[in-house]
Design a protein around this ligand. Sequence first.
Ligand code: SAM
Length: 453
Amino acid sequence: MKLSTIAATLAGLGTKPTQSLGQNFLHDQNIAKWIVEQAGLKPGEPWVEIGPGLGALTEFAVDISRHGILLEKDDRFAPWLREQFRTVEVVHGDVLDFDPRELFWRGPLPVFGNLPYYVSSQILFQFTAEPSPASRMVFTLQRELAERLCAKPDTSEYGALTVLIGRRWNAKLIKHLPPQIFTPVPKVGSAVVLLTPRVDDRLPECEGALFRELVKRGFSQRRKQLNKMLELDRWPEFAAKLGVPVTARAEDLSLAHWVTLTNLATDAPDDHSAGAQDVNGEMFDVVDDQNRVIDQQPRGVVHRDRLLHRAIHIFVFNKEGELFLQRRSRWKDAHPRRWDSSAAGHVNAGDDYDTTAPRELSEELGVTAPLGFVGEVSACRNTGWEFVKIYRADHSGPFRLPPAEIECGGFFSIAQIQRWVDARPEDFANGFIECWRTLAAAGRLSPGTQAAG
Ligand code: SAM
């Protein structure tokens, strides 16, 4: 958008740039086009822009795909954007009130924007937090924030933000921008950052909640030694295993160190793939088509020969009536990285459903809670030839998720999941879809549904 067009548009709207909303408008069209190109939009596919303002980036984005979602707070710009870009959806409001979970049904999508600097770190955490609907992100940030995001250990920029976001996202500073390409000219420098998901790279997995806890604790007073900050009795032993001095501070630990430290603190190895695959020796009861036990066979044989067997699924609801979904780890032999029930597992040989359910709840989510039976699904291809009993529990977390089994998880409203299941059933494990449909048909997904008799 040219400088003269910005001035004319603001005059037409009878307004001036609002400093408190971080309004600095980009008037270099080459840079605007370049930023949109970095976001990797695809024709016909949805995208999200944060803080579109007068549409400096939007006009290039709609040329690639018309299916944009614009998140804009300014009362005068939002209706103007609706008029200007008829094919996009304008969400008028504070981006911090926007729920990214509303986006999952559209599939992973690019998110970009020249962010308002006064809230950019909150926006970064909002869209990078697990689980995130973004496929990649391109943001213009205040230069100092961009440098913190992409910092290396042992520098003053390196901090909790670098490590917390770095665990799931590769952050790369791809361009410094001079203040003169914005109007009004900001007092600070700017830089463009590209965030791409870390998928199957060399960084090991670890338990996410404890990782966040340790990093926040460690960096809360960055000049102090971790020995004093972490509240880990075994810190001297862990420091030796990490190869760092016992006097180390938070900024001395690389991202990989923080991950390994989390695994040491949970007595877990860095390589979780072995744990995930070490299941073929398990024995299951084999049942007939009336769900009567007729044999016992190892897991590998049961699955290979499609023998009928038993499993439980647990639906855990929080106080708001939202359902916790887990994303299966990349090492799962069936449905890796798909979304699934809060917890689920096979009934082992000699066990029954009612003893299996609390065990799985504790093993997969690290909690205990009263469980109520709410439904069942007969063995079929979609359940993986399992006779499933479904239980519900009420628990709002936090949960400890074993990394070998579960990549991440999150609570979603029933409406969000229904829309997602309808639009993208391929994102879910088939067994979950069967359980979901069974409970939906029985009216057992609404908040406060009691256990079946
Ligand atoms: N994208 C435009 C450009 O590059 O010219 C404008 C960028 S300007 C730096 C930031 C934009 O974010 C403004 O349009 C401002 O109104 C909007 N904004 C500020 N605070 C916001 C918030 N909390 N939620 C959503 N939009 C916000």
